[in-house]
Design a protein around this ligand. Structure first.
Ligand code: ARG
Length: 566
């Protein structure tokens, strides 16, 4: 039985109001002491021609306690409902146990396709910390939407096209050493790319050469294409190593190159709508009435650019997936770019452009020298992940934890700790990367949440042999048990909030608070102690079991795993 529905029924009958109106008016009181649900009587004042406090009192006198409601108080213009705690705990835990891993899931997304584009690193360039931010947020959003029943496609819009590839081919032909490159591809490719720029300062003819190479690439020249394809494969191998570590998978790696032959149509379509104007030899969409710089579609040399490829990609995605939402998880510095292309698409008459969403995120600040920089200035992500794993390993050893497989445990915790850092706060906030915060087992961190899970599991292991499957849950009633179970009941709502705002931190905050409440419950409600009566023990174990399931589910929505002991 749903408590809110039950109360809605009663109020609808009493007030004669429309059921949906009653339901929508109901609020959660700011303080638990005021009750579990409140109904504000202010809107009734006009109809009933009475002061709200009076209405509240009259309604309260007509409402009696029943099997779900313990009492109803009139406070000011509010009616405050207190649930019957035993009924609520029994109801919630039974339902959660029946649902198992499905607790909090929904099917609101059924039949709808959500595209989540994330990570999208650039070929032959380092996968930097911003790409990791995108990967953490995008992977989490993809999991959240799946949990809500959406058909999700994870897209990696690789930066694998553009004039820079002409430069890279040119550099490779001059200074590239295949053996050296095979050993450390991205680093070496980056080196010769940097060298190209240095040399081109002295000898500008290199730029022409590079332009020719890119032209060749665009025309499908065999040698240029083979080189490009090799750079792409080598880079993808490195990216995939990181994705494997993070447990991230994509449904498509169609990057910018994939759209290179789909742009003539875009130019034609925009031209047909009369959107293209000449500007210094380039063809652009004028957006000055929106206070935006023009969206450049064709450069003066006729070459298409980043924006054109993005527009072609959006059109392709619309045709291929008929998406409900097309989400771009890309840093905030690209906000203007997305506003420009979305507006251009709107003007083209593509009404589905309203379903394209830029999900931006802030900057990452790396504190001084504390991060590994063995590759020079650029911080290599794999190093960050490995450093986190090593540091975790040291902590585990120092704590003398009795874990069977310290390597595997350190890996899950270390990686979880990095992911958590990106998902902890509203994504638009800048992040200061700090090992101390990230690996603080007592603070708001992945290790803290994972430790809550491990602790719950260890209680359940100790209780093996005690059958709590048909526990009488009313035996578990206590203040802390009630608060904890109320939080368990709110899991689905937290996930829905996260999806509605494209903010995984709703889930992060949810699971962190769940562990906090669990720790409190565990401290005030002993479980395996000898003096705890058997029925109470069973009821509490049933709650612990549910808590573990929900921590695991919530962390998995963040891309973070769990360990049985740590
Ligand atoms: N490759 C780009 C970069 O590293 C990000 C691509 C973002 N996605 C897009 N559809 N424009 O900055």
């Amino acid at each position: 039985m749903d408590f809110k529905e039950h109360i809605t029924d009663k109020l609808t009958e009493l007030t004669g109001l429309d059921r949906d109106t009653v339901r929508a008016a109901m609020e959660t009181p700011p303080d638990e002491k005021l009750g579990d649900l409140a109904f504000p009587c202010f809107p009734l004042a006009k109809v009933m021609r009475k002061a709200p406090p009076l209405i509240a009192q009259e309604l309260a006198s007509k409402l009696s306690a029943d099997e779900l409601i313990e009492k109803v108080d009139a406070v000011g213009g509010y009616l405050n409902f207190f649930f019957d705690r035993a009924a609520f705990i029994t109801d919630t835990i039974s339902a959660a146990r029946e649902a198992g891993d499905g607790w909090g899931r929904s099917d609101i997304g059924r039949g709808k396709t959500v595209l989540v584009e994330y990570s999208s690193p650039n070929i032959a360039k380092p996968f930097h910390i911003g790409h990791l931010f995108s990967t953490a947020v995008g992977n989490s959003l993809a999991r959240i939407y799946k949990f809500l029943g959406y058909d999700v496609q994870s897209l990696n819009h690789l930066g694998d096209w553009g004039t820079q590839f002409g430069k890279l081919i040119c550099a490779y032909k001059r200074w590239g050493d295949p053996e050296v490159i095979a050993k450390d591809p991205i680093n070496e490719l980056l080196k010769i790319y940097v060298k190209f720029h240095e040399e081109a300062e002295k000898d500008p003819s290199l730029e022409d050469e590079a332009r020719d190479y890119f032209k060749k690439l665009e025309d499908g020249d065999e040698e240029a294409t083979a080189l490009w394809s090799r750079f792409r494969d080598l880079s993808l191998d490195e990216f995939n190593r990181i994705y494997d570590m993070l447990g991230v998978k994509f449904d498509s790696y169609n990057g910018e190159a994939f759209y290179s032959d789909k742009m003539d149509e875009v130019v034609e379509l925009l031209d047909e709508k009369g959107l293209l104007v000449e500007s210094e030899g380039a063809r652009v969409v004028d957006l000055s009435d929106m206070d935006m710089p023009p969206c450049i579609i064709l450069k003066s040399d006729g070459a298409t650019i980043y924006a054109t490829r993005d527009i072609a990609a959006a059109l392709y995605r619309h045709r291929t997936y008929n998406f409900y939402k097309n989400i771009y998880v890309v840093g905030l510095p690209q906000s203007l770019h997305f506003r420009q292309i979305f507006e251009t698409m709107r003007r083209a008459g593509w009404e589905w452009s309203k379903d394209c969403v830029h999900v931006g995120f802030g900057l990452v600040k790396l504190p001084g020298k504390s991060m590994s920089t063995r590759h020079g200035d650029v911080i290599f992500l794999e190093d960050v992940l490995n450093e986190s794993i090593e540091k975790t390993r040291a902590i585990i050893e120092k704590n003398n934890s009795d874990v069977d497989d310290a390597d595997a445990v350190a890996k899950k915790i270390g990686i979880g700790a990095v992911l958590y850092t990106f998902l902890k706060n509203s994504r638009e906030k800048d992040i200061v990367f700090s090992w101390d915060t990230m690996l603080d087992f007592d603070g708001e961190s992945a290790p803290y949440c994972m430790y809550g899970y491990a602790r719950g599991r260890s209680i359940l292991r100790r209780a093996e042999g005690i059958d709590h499957s048909s526990a009488d849950l009313s035996a578990a009633v206590s203040d802390d048990a009630y608060t904890l179970v109320k939080h368990l009941a709110g899991f689905g709502a937290a996930v829905e909030d996260a999806a509605a705002k494209n903010e995984p931190f709703y889930v992060t905050r949810y699971v962190t608070n769940l562990v906090k409440l669990f720790n409190k419950f565990y401290n005030t409600n002993p479980i395996m102690r000898d003096d705890v009566p058997e029925d109470v023990k069973k009821a509490r174990l049933a709650i612990v079991d549910t808590v573990c399931t929900v921590i695991r589910s919530a962390l998995s929505l963040l891309g973070i795993g769990v360990v049985e002991s740590m």
